[in-house]
Write a protein that binds this ligand. Structure first.
Ligand SMILES: CC(C)(COP(=O)(O)OP(=O)(O)OC[C@H]1O[C@@H](n2cnc3c(N)ncnc32)[C@H](O)[C@@H]1OP(=O)(O)O)[C@@H](O)C(=O)NCCC(=O)NCCS
Length: 152
């Protein structure tokens, strides 16, 4: 369990129960909006090993070549698909895993133990591995209103 607060941004209204994992780097931040609820065991992991290269492990390159992993220098997508952005008013059930590069839309509800590999639409309900949208919390018109300046 590792929480690197320096790379995590939250306005502190987000609540979490029990242990959660936030894996961030200087290149891949994990950002949270307001008033999210996060169940125990959730993981926000913005780090992938770059499987394009034969050696996945960073220390091997440093030990053998005295240099960083080539994926770091080339900044390839597989190495660094990006940070994670969580909107506001989302609810994460117990044990949700959010993959690198994913943006969670405002008001998204994510079912327990889901693995979120793609961006979510605002106010959607996502479940499964990989997580799929099963429904929306409100009508499309309502979502448009909630996402407008007036509705926020
Ligand atoms: C598997 C992984 C490396 C991505 O590999 P990738 O080749 O970039 O895969 P893509 O993002 O192109 O996804 C391909 C498909 O697999 C699905 N997928 C990706 N990762 C998945 C996962 N962990 N579980 C279930 N499905 C997954 C995607 O939804 C996509 O589905 P689709 O074909 O229906 O659209 C990444 O998603 C992952 O799980 N990384 C592990 C992160 C981690 O635990 N890091 C800890 C630090 S060591």
């Amino acid at each position: 369990m590792q929480v690197k607060k320096s790379y995590t941004e939250s306005d502190k209204t987000t609540l979490y129960n029990g242990n959660i994992e936030i894996a961030a780097t200087p290149y891949t931040k994990v950002k949270f909006g307001k008033y999210n609820a996060i169940g125990p065991g959730c993981q926000f992991v913005s780090i992938n090993h770059d499987y394009v290269f034969p050696g996945l492990q960073y220390t091997m390159y440093i030990e053998m070549f005295g240099d960083d992993h080539p994926g770091v220098k080339l900044n390839t997508k597989k190495h660094n698909p990006g940070g994670i952005e969580v909107g506001s008013g989302c609810w994460f059930g117990n044990g949700v895993f959010v993959c690198a590069g994913v943006k969670i839309g405002n008001g998204t509800v994510i079912g327990a133990h889901s693995v979120v590999t793609k961006n979510t639409r605002p106010h959607s309900i996502m479940v499964g591995n990989p997580a799929k949208e099963i429904k929306r919390r409100y009508t499309d018109e309502m979502v448009v209103f909630l996402e407008s300046d007036e509705g926020r």
